[in-house]
Every structure is written in structure tokens, then in C-alpha cells.
Design a protein around this ligand. Sequence first.
Ligand code: ATP
Length: 629
Amino acid sequence: MTPPRPLFINRLFEGLIDPFRPAQDAMPPDRLTRFYAHYLRQVRGPLLLLLVVGLLSALVDVALFDFLGRVVDWVGAASKSASGSSFFEAHGRMLWLMAFVTLIMRPVLTGLHDLLVHQTLTPGLATLVRWQNHRYVLKQGLAFFLNDFAGGIANRILQTGVALRDSAVSALDAIWHVLIYSVTSLVLFARADWRLTLPLIIWIVGYIAALVYFVPRVKHRATVASSSRGKLMGRIVDGYGNIGTLKLFAHNRFEEEYVREAMAEQTGQAQYAARMITGMGLVIAALNGILIAGTPGLALWLWSSGRMSAGVIALATGLAIRINNMSGWIMWVVNGIFENLGVVQDGIHTISRPRVVADAPDAQDLRVAHGGIRFEAVSFHYGRPSGVIDRLTLSIEPGEKIGLIGPSGAGKSTLVNILLRLYDLDGGRILIDGQDISGVRQESLRSQIGVVTQDTSLLHRSIRDNMRYGKPDASDEEIIHALRQAQADGFVSNLIDLQGRTGLDAHVGERGVKLSGGQRQRVAIARVLLKNAPILILDEATSALDSDAEAAIQENLETLMRGKTVIAIAHRLSTIARLDRLVVMDEGLIVETGTHAELVARNGLYARLWRHQSGGSIHDPNAPPPQDA
Ligand code: ATP
């Protein structure tokens, strides 16, 4: 639901920060102070305004107490001369001025303050931080996401935005206010008698010492607490995300225990952090006692010995009580700031990591004229010292269609993943039309390759949005045409989701769970048909389809493959035996290559696999004529 149109004044202040302003795509700083500076610099205008408004309102507040002291003195003097009308004649201007300050200036300043905090900084700054961090993290390499909980990462992105905003606004708002308050109070006390400043000085020194001692400890404990909160969130989301497996294995008790353990750890960490906060509260309460008893006591003593007026007692007592009231609030604010520093610090651990797979600074767009691919002595070990793929060399001619075959775990999908540059190589290079893929923009590389994988997961959006991932500006007609080619138009037109959206508008559930595996795969094939990229990767593209559906799509797949360079992976060998060339992998190495007939004749690994699948007969009657290719 769209909220009603805001008032002009709200619009004005809400417009002071554009959270989606163009920003660099570089890694956010990994040091806490620089991280803050990086984001606060982008909103320095509103922050500066907040400082000015804070300064003025603190001064107005203190002036009111000063005025109170003066009024007490004027009343004392007037009661001696006993003339009510001369009191107003003598002090009328000052009284009007203070009425103006109280009735107009103070509300205006409070209004400005609230507009800046609630309309400008609260929504704007948090969104700006979240948006820029999300954009950075989204372009992290695949390994980044595979090594952490998705829920934990999301939690940190959201929390870091809020924590940075709250801590920065509190520091500039509350601490600044108190600083002005304390300094002007000291000046007012010193003007009456320097001895009156003593309790306040003791209080300030004690307060700062308490902050210096407690706050870093609170921050440290808060960082640990925040990290365990991220872990808890990750475990909960992991369970919800895999709810099907949980139900299937009836492992609710195991899952409960898994989450309970993280919840207990998080509670323990929160209690550990809270102990420090309690200790700090006690120390501040003791300091407040000194201030409240000391200041009015000293003022009374100075007054009784004739060194100052009764008005100063009113001023000193008023200010001491006000500072006392503020001190509890400030303690919460300071603790909040440091708890939030802990949250931001924890967020930085996740967010400010160099991109594992990054575009080179001078990266160009990949240009594919022919579609020739060459793997040159490629090694890749998933971060381990060796294994998976070792010095593999393979050339695929422009327009050639190869079938990649091999036992499970041989490294077939890995080969495809490194061609897509989802990971950086440990050695060697991969060339497409003579261009090293590590030197081109990743987006341009992936825009030239269409991929259908065995575990296609769709986004929890409409069919139309999922299809447009293949071609962002595709019209409905183009989408429907592609769905038809992939035999998906029938079930898509009958789709209806819980909100009553139908056909292309129907949403498909998280990862596409509301569709059958075969339906998901057909949408994925249609999407690649729409993309029409010059290089095609089919990783078990039809494995989830029944034989009828596969046969029906096969013809369209062949149309799709025409004129393209194709790498097809399939365990069901009959689906790829017709291709130009078959490449057999085992333990990360190419062990055989050739056409179906050549490999059968060689009687090696391929012939063995083929025999298994064709029930022992090399000359399976269903075998495709090898020369078809
Ligand atoms: P299948 O036919 O079963 O799909 P495959 O030939 O495609 O197998 P890959 O998925 O490429 O095999 O896996 C090759 C090896 O790399 C396996 O030993 C696997 O355990 C390992 N591997 C795969 N993905 C990762 C990962 N993200 N991190 C670490 N190791 C991985």
C-alpha cells in the first residue's frame, strides 16, 4: 500500500538524503572509524544541521535555568522594595524575551531536531548504508555465499545499517547536547563562584573515567553478542529454507536442539554484555549522588556566608537535577552507541571483504564473434592445495557441440563453473574467442552464455520476472513464444497462486518450490531460449523431465543449439551421444575424447558407462547412429 502524500515540510526533510544516490562500487572500508566516515561523509549536510540545532537547543535550555536564577533574585529584590508594577517595568523586556524563547524558539528548535532525526536521518541513512552494502555483497564470488548462512548475511546487512545510523545520530545528538550543557553549566557556576564548579568537575571526570572503563568492554561483549545473533538467525533460516528435508526426515527434535543451542549461546552472550551495563549504572548513580548533594549544598553554604545570591541556589539546584536526569539517559545512549559499534564491527567482518572474484580495473566487455573456447592448463581446487581439476587443457571449436561425461564427482560441473568465472582459477587460463575471461567484465561474460542446470531454482517472483532474467526487455509475446518452445506454455497458463495471480503473473514460491522439478526445468530452458546467447551450457538440462517431455523439447533444443557452441553434461548418455564430440572426465582429468563410435570402439571408460546404461550391449538398438553428429 502506498502511504498518503506527505506534507511539504516532510517532503523537504525526507528529500535531504537520497539513499540510492550514485556511489562507488569499491569495498567499504574495513576499519571501524573509516567505515563510519565513509557513510557519514555522504550525509554531512543533514548531520551538520543537526549539530547546529543541537547547539542552539542546549544553549536555550541552559539559558532557561539561568533566567530562573535571575527571576529568583529579582523577586527577592522586589519584595524588599514592595512594588509589583515597578517589577514588570524593570524586567518586562527580559520576561517577554524569555516568553519568546520558551513559546516560539524552543518548539521550533525541537521541531527542526525531530524533522532532521526522524524524517531525514532515521530512514535515509539506514537505507543508504544497507543499499550500498547489499550492492557490494551481491557481487561477491559464489564461494562467499556458500561459506556462510544466507540468513546470517542478510541479518548483518540489515542490522549494520540501523546500528550505524543509531550510533552516529545518538553521538551527534545526545553527546553533543550534554557536552554543551556541561560546559555552559560550568561557565555559569564559575561566574557565581569558582568553588561551585567542584562537584560538577568531579562528576565530569568520574563520568568520563566510567565511560573509558566500561564502554570498550561493553563494545567487545556486544560484538560477540551480535555475532551469535547472526549465527542464530542463520540456523533458523537454514531450517525454514530446507523445511522439506526437515519434514522428510522427521528431524524436528534434532533441529530444535540445533537452534536451541544457538539461542542459549546468544542469550548467554547478551547476559554477559548486560552485566557490564548494570555495573556502569551503579557507578553513575553514585556519581550523581555527589553532584546532587554537593552542588546545592555548596550553593547553600556560599549563600549563607554571603558570597552569592539566593538566585544562584535555584540555578545550581535546577541544573544539578537536570544533569542528574540526563546522566541516566546518557548512559543508555552511550551504551547503545557502543552496542551498535559492536554490531557494526561484526557487520564489517562480513561486508568489507575483498571480492573474491572481482572485475579487473581495466576490464572490457567480452565480444563473442565465433564462440571458440579454450581451457589452457587449467587448475582449480576449491581453496584446497590440490585436487578437483589439475592442468586440464581442452579446445572447443566455434559452433562445436561437445558432451561432457564422467562419473559423479569427476569435475564436470566445476569445469562449467570456472568457465562462467564463478570462481577464479588456481592456474592456467580460459579463453573465449582469444580473450582471457579473467580480464573481461563478469556481467558481459555471463550475458554471452546461456545455462540450464540440473538444480534450477527460480526466484520467488512471477513467471514473467523469472523469464526476464533471460532478456530484461522481453515482451509478453516473446516470453510466451519461448515458453511454448520449451513445452511450458500449457502449465504456465493454468498457474494460479495463493493471491489469485495467474499465468505469467503467478509467483512460484521460494526457489520455485511451487512448481514440479520438470516444470521448473522447462521454465529454465525457456528462459535460456529467450536469452539466445552464443554459448550454451546444458548441465543435466533435461534430467528432471519424463521421456515424453524430453522428446518434445529435444527438437527445440536442437533448434536452440544451431550455430552455437555447446557444452552439454548428461548422465543419461543417449541424450548426448549424438553430439560432435564427447569428452570423458575422471577425477578432474580428461581421459578420453572422440565421437560416440570412436569411444565405443576404444573400449575404455565411456564404453563401460555406455554398456551399463544399455544393459550390457554395446550395440544398443536405441543407440543413435554415431555418424549423425
Ligand atoms: P555430478 O555428476 O555428480 O554432478 P560433477 O562431475 O559435476 O559431479 P563436481 O560437482 O564438479 O562434479 O565436483 C567435483 C569435485 O569438487 C567433487 O569432489 C566435489 O566434492 C568438489 N566440490 C564441488 N563443489 C564444491 C564446493 N563448492 N566446495 C568445495 N568442493 C566442491
